[in-house]
Ligand binder design. Structure first.
Ligand code: WVI
Length: 330
């Protein structure tokens, strides 16, 4: 728990509204603490980001802060049952505090480790929610850029549960040295074009499709398509060459339709890769029973009937849109 001295470092604007307690997790951009709203005692997850990550030579460029705040305000406007909601943001010269919706089912990553792998029906139910959430983000002009099982949270401990995507849209700011950070971790979920175009920074929303294809591969088999344990080929070469397979030993119980979708999501050439609109129309997801269950999880108060689709205000063109764009100079 935070002791008084740590608490004293928190900004007044945060402390007057929330009590921060134990650490829930540590992400790439800082730690996440359990927070209680004063008065209602409603529980939240407070992400604490040190701006030192953005700073160049110890100074945080003012325009970068306003860009981050601009981005955070766009994210605050997002509203989807499978996307973690931003409740509040407190900005200070040194730190950024983002108060987020709390879910208590843990990370997809830990669940797959615990159960070895998902049965196909449950994997499809969770994957459909993820694809729906990312399609919504893309329709708002936002590319996630860092999809991995750690950024997919589960609402409950049940196998068939609502999922929540988190950590979207901020990654291009938090790791200002994004090229460094992008390449300092293991590129398990990284699309080949990021490795192939390193330095030019051109990328499109299709990178999210690749990453979600890798996640689906892992959910249905229990192991990753690319591994740095391979002796004959290093990880970047495996990814850029699309060197992955579906050995019978692990894939005999998985339908050909599911395998076909993974293959289409993990096409190396982003121009040939399936789009999210087509993912959602793929035969594997043409499953009314699954969709009824998903709708009931996403819209529980409306016996699964989705609310009417409201016209979405298109964001100005920004990074990650269809045309390959130059990544923001870091
Ligand atoms: C965000 C968020 N909402 N609900 C939880 N458990 C989180 C966490 C992210 C990272 C560690 S915990």
């Amino acid at each position: 728990d935070l002791n008084a001295s740590e608490d004293s470092h928190l900004p007044k604007e945060l402390v007057e509204k929330y009590t921060l307690t134990r650490v829930l997790g540590r992400g790439a951009c800082g730690e996440v603490r359990l927070a209680f709203a004063k008065g209602s005692c409603e529980k939240f997850a407070c992400k604490i980001i040190s701006k030192k990550k953005f700073s160049v030579g110890g100074k945080t460029p003012v325009n970068l802060t306003s860009q981050v705040m601009g981005e955070v305000n766009i994210l605050k406007a997002l509203k989807h049952p499978c996307i973690i909601r931003i409740e509040d943001v407190v900005d200070t010269p040194e730190m950024l505090y983002i108060v987020l919706e709390l879910v208590e089912g843990g990370e997809l990553f830990d669940k797959v480790v615990a159960i070895d792998k998902y049965d196909e029906a449950t994997g499809k139910l969770l994957f459909f929610q993820m694809a729906t959430a990312i399609k919504y983000l893309h329709d708002q002009g936002i590319t996630h850029r860092d999809l991995k099982p750690e950024n997919i949270l589960l609402a409950t401990d049940d196998l068939e549960t609502l999922i929540k995507v988190t950590d979207f849209g901020l990654s291009k700011f938090v790791d200002a040295g994004s090229m460094m950070k992008t390449f300092c971790g293991t590129p398990t979920y990284l699309a080949p074009e990021i490795l192939l175009t390193a330095g030019s920074g051109t990328y499109t929303k299709a990178i999210d499709c690749w990453s979600l294809g890798v996640i689906l591969f892992i959910m249905l088999s229990g192991y990753p398509p690319f591994s740095d344990e391979r002796k004959d080929m290093d990880l970047p070469k495996q990814i850029m060459g699309g060197h992955f397979s579906f050995p019978k030993q692990y894939w005999s119980e998985v339908s050909d339709t599911a395998v076909d979708l993974i293959k289409q999501m993990m096409i190396v050439d982003p121009k040939k890769r399936i789009t999210f609109a087509d993912v959602l129309n793929h035969p594997w997801l043409k499953d009314d029973g699954m969709r009824t269950k998903a709708m009931a999880l996403m819209y529980p108060d409306t016996d699964g009937m989705a609310p009417p689709k409201l016209p979405v205000a298109k964001r100005k063109a920004t990074e990650g849109d269809e045309e390959p764009t130059r990544k923001r100079k870091s």
